[in-house]
Structure formats: C-alpha cells, structure tokens
Design a binder for this molecule. Structure first.
Ligand SMILES: NC(=O)c1ccc[n+]([C@@H]2O[C@H](COP(=O)([O-])OP(=O)(O)OC[C@H]3O[C@@H](n4cnc5c(N)ncnc54)[C@H](O)[C@@H]3O)[C@@H](O)[C@H]2O)c1
Length: 247
C-alpha cells in the first residue's frame, strides 16, 4: 500500500512521549521526514536514535516564544515545504476554582493555546497549497468538568483556532483540523488515575467501546488529517473518545 506521507516534511511538538511520540512514529512509518519539538533532547535522542528521517530535534519549552521561533528556524533550514504541522504539547495542572492562581492560569493557557498558536505561526512561512495543520484539542474543550476549568477553556480555544485557521488559510490552500481525544493511555493519563487499577477500571466502564484510547489510535487520525487522504476536510474536529461523550 502507498505510504501516506512519503518524502513529506512534517513538524510535531511534544514528540518525546505520549500522543506526540505516537504521531511522530506513525508519520515515520508513513514515509515522512520530521522536524520535532521536544522538551528533553537527551530523552528524545534515546527514542529516535540516529534515524535519518528525523532531520532536527529542537529542544524547547513550548511556552517560550523564542523556542518556537527556533523551531521555525530549524524548519526553514531544511529549505523544504512543510506538509503538516502538529503542535501536540498541552495538558497542565488541574485545580478547584479557588486554587487557580494567575501563574497556574497562564501556565495552562500557555501550554495549550499559546504553544499551539505560535508553533503554527512560526512554521507557516514554510507551508503552501496542500499543507495541513492538525491541532490537538480534547473532549474537555466541549465539556464541563470539575477541577479543570482552565484546561477545559484552553482546549475550547484550541478547537476554535482550527476553525479560524481554516477561514484565514483556505485561500492559500492550507487546511486546518482538530482532533479531540477522550481518555488516552499516556503518562498524563496514568498520573490522572494515580496508577490505581480501580480508578482505571472506572474510566473504562464509562467508555462504550470498552478500552482506554491508545496513542496509536490518535496518531492514525493525525496521519489521515496530515495527508491528502483528507484533502476535502478542513475546519473539522474528529472526536476520538470511544463513545465517552455520547454514552
Ligand atoms: N492523554 C489524554 O488522555 C489526552 C486526552 C485529550 C487530549 N490530550 C492532549 O494530547 C496532548 C498530548 O498529551 P499526552 O497525554 O500525550 O501528554 P504526555 O504528558 O504523555 O506527553 C506530553 C509531551 O509534551 C512534552 N512537554 C510537556 N511540557 C512541555 C513544554 N512546556 N514544552 C515542550 N514540551 C513539553 C512532554 O515532555 C511530553 O513529551 C496534550 O495537548 C493533551 O492536552 C491528552
């Protein structure tokens, strides 16, 4: 079968672990060359080794504008057009309303909203007709929920950005879409259930399809949205939650 991203340059942040790593690995399987934004370069090197298709590992704190400017510069250094940019960095502290400080508020917004926006902005000069933006929102972006007001609002902003990128960039032939995962089995999720098997089972019991989402299941959607297989899809949000929000 033909690979979806053969010889295409893609950019993924948060690629050291979890969903970002799964997306980067799936894109490599699909034949892509990658520029990756990673929090910890040493850890990332142990993941990607000397894979010649990883053209650059850019160490970054995605809440820092200058780091995202460096990501953009690394992309320009390749001299190539970017097929897809996938800013995956996100998450953040969960607190009851009374315990949200201005610092925690800004951290959550910066991790999820600022980082996604400026990643795209900095990569955009290398994008052209046929390029694709894939944002990672969350079912939190259209649901309420306790102790997560700021995260929920941040993810709502991310899904909103997919629609605004669409309107502004469609005349340039650039598409933008969002993926909204439900519970997905990464470090963030393990911390959320505190390694407690009962808490894990309680989450599974709320998922009609019967299992916690695996990072590879999110990566499969990212590969579809990044590639020409989704050429008529823009401004869309794909919910991948095993039926969690429709039970
Ligand atoms: N896991 C879930 O259940 C779930 C559900 C819905 C949405 N999401 C979203 O998916 C995305 C990835 O989540 P995950 O579960 O894979 O998380 P994770 O914690 O497993 O991985 C996050 C990655 O981002 C990196 N990172 C963290 N802070 C960073 C920073 N300041 N700068 C640069 N890199 C940083 C980490 O090193 C790690 O590689 C997030 O945007 C999250 O909101 C996750």
């Amino acid at each position: 079968m033909e690979k979806l991203l053969e010889n295409q340059l893609c950019v993924v942040t948060g690629a050291g672990a979890g969903i970002g790593r799964a997306i980067a690995e799936r894109f490599l399987e699909e034949g892509a060359d990658l520029v990756l934004g990673v929090h910890n370069a040493d850890k990332a090197r142990s993941v990607y080794g000397d894979n010649p298709h990883v053209l650059a590992l850019v160490p970054m704190d995605a809440t820092r504008y200058e780091d995202l400017v460096r990501l953009g510069a690394a992309v320009r250094d390749t001299g190539r057009t970017v097929k897809a940019v996938v800013p995956v960095v996100g998450n953040g502290p969960q607190n009851p309303i009374e315990e949200v400080t201005p610092e925690l508020f800004h951290l959550t917004m910066n991790l999820n909203v600022f980082s996604a926006f400026f990643t795209v902005q900095q990569v955009l000069p290398a994008m052209d007709r046929g390029s694709s933006i894939v944002l990672i929102s969350s079912i939190a972006g259209f649901q309420g929920g306790q102790n997560a007001l700021v995260y929920n609002a941040a993810k709502a902003a991310v899904r909103s950005m997919a629609r605004s990128f669409t309107g502004e960039l469609a005349p340039r032939g650039i598409r933008a879409n969002a993926i909204s995962p439900g519970p997905t089995e990464t470090k963030a999720f393990t911390e959320f259930v505190n390694g407690d098997p009962d808490a894990y089972r309680a989450v599974v019991s709320c998922i009609p399809i019967g299992h916690i989402g695996q990072p590879g299941e999110i990566a499969a959607i990212a590969a579809f949205l990044a590639s020409d297989e989704s050429s008529y899809v823009t401004g869309a949000e794909i919910i991948a939650d095993g039926g969690f929000t429709n039970r």
